[in-house]
Structures are given as C-alpha cells and as structure tokens.
Ligand binder design. Structure first.
Ligand SMILES: NC(=O)c1ccc[n+]([C@@H]2O[C@H](COP(=O)([O-])OP(=O)(O)OC[C@H]3O[C@@H](n4cnc5c(N)ncnc54)[C@H](OP(=O)(O)O)[C@@H]3O)[C@@H](O)[C@H]2O)c1
Length: 345
C-alpha cells in the first residue's frame, strides 16, 4: 500500500488518546467495545445507529459518551480519529470511503470490498486522504496463527503440499443480512475470506488457478461453498464454508514431513476454545500451547501503531485486494450469479 500522504495526518497530540466511533450496533460490535477499552491509547467516544433511540440505548449499555442517530452525524464529530465500520457487507466500501473523506482512519469489517471496482474506490480514497485503513480480519492478528505461519515458514512440517480449511455454522435467523443477495450476503463473502487469506499467507502468494462450487439456497445466496486453489509449485488448497451446517472451524496444513492443525483457527478464547497448535509427525503429536489473548484487541493495537508510526496496518489494502481478487474468482468459477438467477425463477 502507499503510505499516507501526510504521515502525521489524523494523529492526536502525543500522549492523547485515539478516539473511536462505531457505525452500527450489531452482534460483532461488543467485541470491539471490549478491545478498544483494553487497547493501548484508544478511547471509545461515540456510536451511531440508523435509529437514535437504539444508539442511545447502546451507548448507555456500554458507557459510551456520545450517541448519534445517523452515520453521517458521527462522521461529522470533529473529536474522532478512527471509525470502526460494522455494517452489512454492501455498505463497507461506501462508508469506509465517506469516513476517510471525513478525515477519519478506518477499521472496516470483512469483506471491506465485494468487487474489484470497490477495491479501486478504497485505494483512491486512501491515496486522496492519506488515512490508514485496515480490514478487520482479526484471526490474522492472533499469536496462534502468527506462530503457525512462522513454524511453517521455518520448515516445521517440511514442504507444504496441501491446505484444508473449513468454517461453518447454522445461521439463526432467515432475516439475517448474510442471506440477502442485495446486501452482498453469501457464505463465501462471510466466511471464505478467513480461509482464503490463511491459505494465501501460508503460500506467500496468490493462487494461479481456482475452482468453485456453490449451493445457492432459496435465499438467493451461496449457503454452502467449496473451493480449490492451486498455488505456484503445485501447493493445493481445499476450502469449504457454509451457514447451513453445524459449527466447525479449522485449518489443516499438510507438509512433506508432518501435519499442522489449527482448531480453532478463527475464534479463539475469550470468544471460543483456547488457542494452541498441533503438529503430527509420524505417530508422534506435539501440542504447542499459545497463551490466550484478545485478537480483536491485537487488531486495534496494530491500527494504533500503524497510525502512530505512519506505516501500513497488518491487513492493509494490498492484503484486502489479494483476498477480494480470489473470492471474486471463486464466485465466478462457481457461477453464483447465474445460480441465484435460476433459483429466483
Ligand atoms: N470479525 C468478526 O469476528 C466478525 C464476526 C461477525 C460479523 N462480522 C462482520 O461484521 C459485519 C456486521 O456483522 P454483524 O453480525 O454484527 O451484523 P448484524 O448483527 O446484522 O448488524 C449489522 C448492523 O448494521 C446496521 N445496518 C445498517 N443498514 C442495515 C440494513 N440495511 N440491514 C441490517 N442492518 C443494517 C445495523 O445497525 P443500526 O440499525 O443500529 O444502524 C445492524 O445492527 C458483517 O460485515 C460481518 O461480516 C465480523
């Protein structure tokens, strides 16, 4: 990514906190309330909802000083430095661009863009404003996954031959935006990015070939998806995701001399089971413990450091484009749009 035009832009005076605002009051936001509160130098100042009473109730519940009844009103608050965007997928790029244009740094939920045209818009806004923008793939910040990538890079399982990743759950409500094609729903946009960016981080590059297969439900979105990726050197990856299957989330990396397993791979304590890495070589299995920590806090601390140091965040727009490019290719390979049209007839 290009570094901010003015590295000092949007930074508070030294020793003063970076003040955050949150757009949306959905399920994920309490984790960021927790993370910002625990972070080095962050302060949560404001929340915005489409509904003023909902914003006020949320602010009261989480002891947030300011509540706004529109997202525009929050962006106009001159005391804010950073905006966290936790809206349905189709609103991520539009509100990230508006936040940057209002002078705010951005942490936006995944997927930050649902097309390459949206990636172009984000990159243009980032160049125009010099703001720091990060995609909220928290699992890439977790010490478990950082350590696993380092071990694989050091040859702990030999030459990597296959990555297999799964992420699924049973969706609770049929009114969920994730089941709405108009809101860029679908399990690949919702869950596939975690699998793709882990596979790409392990391969260290983008795939050269993709295959995809989708089961599009009555909702009109892909509710089950399987994908295959071929990376240079014939490293292969198999991915599956769904929100019509029991909860599963794991990554298995198969090398010439061993198998490394991450289970859980994406939602660790305090939001899931304890972290840890398993490596099997022959009949021996080694368990490498990793201290539990809040990966959402790690993503907030990384953004603070990026703003303070004028450097890109860990999951910057270069990384986001890499993930988006592969997800778009998988959707095209699976003919998801044609299948949704057929399901609607
Ligand atoms: N990183 C993670 O661990 C993680 C986990 C879950 C979800 N996510 C991501 O976070 C984003 C939000 O997910 P969520 O589960 O929090 O969603 P959610 O519970 O459905 O909340 C979405 C929020 O967006 C606002 N909104 C604006 N326009 C909307 C519309 N037309 N329909 C519905 N809501 C609308 C609503 O807030 P107001 O009405 O108050 O404005 C709503 O509370 C998604 O992009 C998802 O991919 C990330």
């Amino acid at each position: 990514m290009t570094l901010p035009a003015d590295p000092a832009a949007g930074r508070p005076d030294p020793g003063r906190p970076l003040r955050w605002g949150i757009l949306g009051t959905g399920r994920i936001t309490p984790r960021l309330v927790r993370a910002i509160g625990a972070s080095e130098g962050g302060e949560l100042l404001a929340v915005a909802s489409r509904d003023e009473a909902r914003a006020r109730a949320y602010a009261d519940r989480h002891a947030i000083p300011r509540a706004y009844g529109s997202y525009e009103a929050l962006l106009a608050d001159p005391d804010l430095h950073v905006v966290y965007i936790a809206l349905p997928n189709h609103l991520h790029t539009p509100w990230s661009v508006r936040a940057m244009d209002a002078g705010r740094h951005v942490l936006c939920e995944k997927p930050i863009a649902v097309s390459l045209a949206e990636m172009d818009q984000l990159e243009a806004a980032q160049r125009r404003t010099g703001r720091v923008v990060a995609e909220a793939f928290m699992a890439l910040h977790h010490a478990q996954n950082r350590r696993a990538l380092a071990l694989i890079g050091e040859g702990a399982i030999g030459e990597v031959r296959l990555v297999r990743g799964s992420f699924s759950f049973d969706i609770e409500q049929e009114t969920d935006p994730r089941l709405d094609p108009a809101m860029a729903g679908g399990c690949l946009w919702d869950l596939g990015g975690y699998l793709v960016n882990m596979a790409q981080a392990i391969a260290g590059t983008a795939p050269v070939e993709v295959q995809g297969m989708a089961a599009v439900g009555a909702s009109g979105v892909d509710e089950r998806f399987t994908g295959q990726l071929r990376f240079p050197g014939d490293l292969l990856a198999q991915l599956d995701c769904s929100f019509r299957m029991p909860a599963r989330e794991q990554v298995e990396v198969v090398g010439s001399r061993g198998v490394l397993t991450l289970a859980p791979a994406f939602l660790m304590a305090p939001d899931g089971p304890s972290a840890g890495i398993r490596i099997r070589r022959g009949s021996t299995e080694e368990h490498i413990p990793v201290a539990d920590h809040d990966q959402y806090r790690a993503e907030v601390d990384d953004l603070h450091a990026a703003i303070g140091e004028g450097r890109p965040p860990l999951v910057d727009l270069v990384a986001a484009r890499g993930t988006c490019t592969t997800l778009v290719a998988l959707l095209e390979a699976a003919g998801v749009r044609a299948r949704a049209d057929a399901a609607a007839r």
